[in-house]
Design a binder for this molecule. Structure first.
Ligand code: GAP
Length: 453
């Protein structure tokens, strides 16, 4: 069952993203470039935290995965061999009434008649294939011989470099090659904010194994990926595993799962976990004439490994994180009157700013100096936002709205003016519970580091 779209909630999220500097439309002052997005100061931190956590758990914390960073410009023969030049296309239909270009699956059907979702027009062209790759030319000659593409997935450079990486890493099967990077698809209809973009980032792992272990590793990686989302704050109950039926799978794929998330605009794919068999390596062996096989020292057998591929979208996951975190609750204002509070309940691990640091009053030199000292103490260990302007409640609200999990306030107790035993202690406030505790400045870095790890 699909969840009904929650347009109002989505509008609030899009507006918050712009207002607080998470995501802006690319080329905005020139009217915007459809399907491209710029991440602002907070968006880039959120994105980096996500990518770093993926890299840490997928590469650094494992002995069986190494990384690579491939070129975006791709030789056209690579994408001919992979099947993208011939087959990476969506069926497209034009509406003759409003001139919209539409993906066939976006048409609405009323009483058995297909209609344009924009104007309701029924005068539609026949469906035709539209290749989603961005083509370019390398060098000065713009002819057939210089055609190259912006990669439509990061996976292909992993397959092409399989042999080099196998040799230099000296890994034995099963082992994986991971990559995070940009991919480009000329989507017919970019939509739902960043969900379907023309330029986006992927986090992909190609996990090579023996043919008889493919299904086992597929299940393993599906479980690992579900655990990953839970570890960044997306509860299992909001994730759904869809097993792709045979008639929807690529002909070479033995099994395939989509991990879907309940976005406000409906349930949609966050990541694909696919068993691609040995198709890609074999295609590149055939087309390049080079060997991309594996020699097993123990059995003295030479064979082409199979591959299981968890492929996640960075931008889609960032969007899911923001949608998941967005909440409105009630909190007291300066006078104790309850008001609506907008809060992003990010998991501390991925929150863009980890801690706000505030002097109680900005016109008290000693409070300000102490607060700046604490900000400097924390800064080498985490992202910190120092703020001295406005009432303390307002400053808490501003941090709540961008998802900062902790706030430290320096007050007169910190200076030892009220109660000598409280000298060099601060209040530490938690974003979600709004509870405050008193901790010493000395123990503050360790407490925070432990809570944001
Ligand atoms: N190498 C396999 C592959 O690329 P895919 O299902 O086409 O598979 C993998 O893409 C992931 O990349 C998707 O689950 C999604 O998260 C992300 N993705 C794909 N197209 C996208 C787009 N137009 N905008 C944003 N993310 C996209």
């Amino acid at each position: 069952m699909t969840i009904p779209a929650n347009t109002q909630r989505m509008e609030k999220i899009v507006s918050l993203c712009k207002r607080r500097g998470f995501i802006f439309q690319a080329s905005e002052i020139y009217g915007g470039l459809n399907g491209a997005w710029d991440y602002g100061p907070l968006g880039v931190e959120l994105k980096r935290n996500l990518k770093e956590y993926w890299w840490r758990t997928t590469v650094h914390q494992r002995d069986d995965v190494v990384g690579m960073d491939g070129a975006i410009l791709t030789h056209c023969d690579v994408l001919k061999a992979s099947g993208h030049v011939e087959g990476f296309s969506d069926p497209m239909v034009d509406c003759r009434t409003c001139k919209a270009h539409l993906r066939l699956d976006q048409l609405v059907e009323k009483k058995g008649v297909k209609q344009c979702p924009n104007c309701g027009g029924k005068d539609l062209t026949e469906a035709r294939r539209f290749n989603l790759m961005f083509q370019t030319h390398v060098g000065a000659a713009a002819d057939e011989s210089s055609v190259a593409y912006l990669r439509p997935e990061t996976a292909q450079s992993i397959f092409v470099q399989f042999k080099n990486i196998l040799e230099v890493s000296r890994k034995k099967l099963p082992f994986g090659i991971a990559q995070i990077g940009k991919a480009f698809r000329n989507e017919i209809n970019p939509r739902n904010f960043t969900f379907r973009s023309r330029e986006f980032e992927q986090m992909e792992l190609e996990y090579f194994c023996r043919a008889d272990e493919g299904m086992k590793w597929l299940q393993y990686w599906l479980d690992e990926r579900l655990k990953f989302y839970e570890a960044i704050g997306i509860p299992r109950a909001h994730l759904h595993v869809r097993e792709i039926p045979e008639d929807e799978r690529a002909f070479y794929s033995k099994a395939n799962y989509d991990i879907e998330y309940d976005f406000p605009f409906g349930r949609h794919e966050l990541e694909g976990v696919a068993y691609r068999t040995d198709y890609d390596l074999r295609q590149h062996i055939k087309a390049s004439g080079k060997s991309l096989d594996y020699f097993d020292e123990e059995t003295k057998q030479r064979f082409v490994p199979h591959v299981v591929e968890p492929s996640a979208g960075v931008d889609r996951t960032v969007l899911a994180l923001i949608c998941e975190a967005y909440a409105e609750d009630q909190a007291p204002d300066e006078k104790g009157k309850m008001e609506t509070r907008v809060v992003l309940r990010f998991h501390p691990r991925i929150a863009p700013i980890k801690c706000g640091v505030f002097p109680l009053l900005k016109n008290n030199e000693r409070l300000v100096a102490k607060a700046k000292e604490i900000a400097a103490l924390l800064r080498p260990r985490m992202t910190v936002f120092y703020d001295e302007s406005g009432a303390i409640g307002r400053r808490y609200r501003r941090q709540d709205e961008i998802g900062t999990p902790f706030a430290v306030t320096v007050d007169f107790e910190t200076l030892g003016e009220k109660e000598p035993s409280l000298r060099d202690t601060v209040t530490l406030r938690a974003r979600d519970s709004m509870k405050q505790e008193r901790v010493t400045i000395g123990e503050l870095p360790a407490i925070l580091q432990q809570r944001i790890a």
